[in-house]
Design a binder for this molecule. Structure first.
Ligand SMILES: C[S@@+](CC[C@H](N)C(=O)[O-])C[C@H]1O[C@@H](n2cnc3c(N)ncnc32)[C@H](O)[C@@H]1O
Length: 159
């Protein structure tokens, strides 16, 4: 599988899970958190699908396309490891996390602080969609649609 093929499959998995989660949270109240604004493509998609919802995006810096930069009050700049704990208790109904690097050693360091943090940010039964596995007992893995290969993307609900 070429890196291009792998990237396309990852993006397809991301979109499929986001669309599924958007439907699942429609009757719930609470913000959506986007970890890793990057170019802002995913933020743009979330914005389109959830026009009434507060979506708070996090990144170390702004590199997003100008159409995909959140308003200042919904943009949190700095290392997520330091900024996100200020949002504990925000009762997010959905968190999308795309902050993996593909470098195993680096991603393992991220997973070590990220996995315990995510359930503290979620409302009860809130959902997390992540490019990195988040293995903690407070997050229950949800079944993936058949189209998503094992390990390509991860889907959880706060237990
Ligand atoms: C793969 S990109 C996200 C792409 C995004 N989903 C999009 O649609 O463009 C990952 C982003 O996460 C950010 N990031 C990674 N680790 C971070 C951290 N610890 N704190 C803040 N931002 C981080 C990087 O700066 C980068 O912009």
């Amino acid at each position: 599988l070429s890196r291009l093929d792998s990237f396309i499959r990852r993006m397809q998995a991301q979109r499929l899970l986001i669309n599924q989660a958007v439907a699942a949270i429609s009757s719930l109240e609470g913000p959506v958190l986007e970890f890793g604004l990057g170019n802002g493509r995913t933020y743009h998609h979330l914005r389109e699908r959830l026009p009434q919802r507060r979506i708070i995006a996090f990144d170390i810096k702004v590199t997003a396309h100008q159409d995909s930069v959140p308003p200042a009050e919904d943009l949190v700049l700095g290392d997520i490891r330091e900024t996100a704990p200020h949002f504990i208790g925000c009762e997010a109904v959905l968190i999308h996390l795309d902050i993996g690097t593909g470098v195993e050693e680096c991603d393992q360091r991220t997973q070590a602080w990220l996995a315990p943090l995510v359930p503290k940010l979620l409302a009860p039964r809130g959902l997390a969609i992540s490019g990195l596995a988040l293995e903690v007992s407070d997050l229950e893995p949800l079944p993936l649609p058949d189209a998503i290969g094992d390990g390509r993307y991860f889907y959880y609900r706060r237990a």
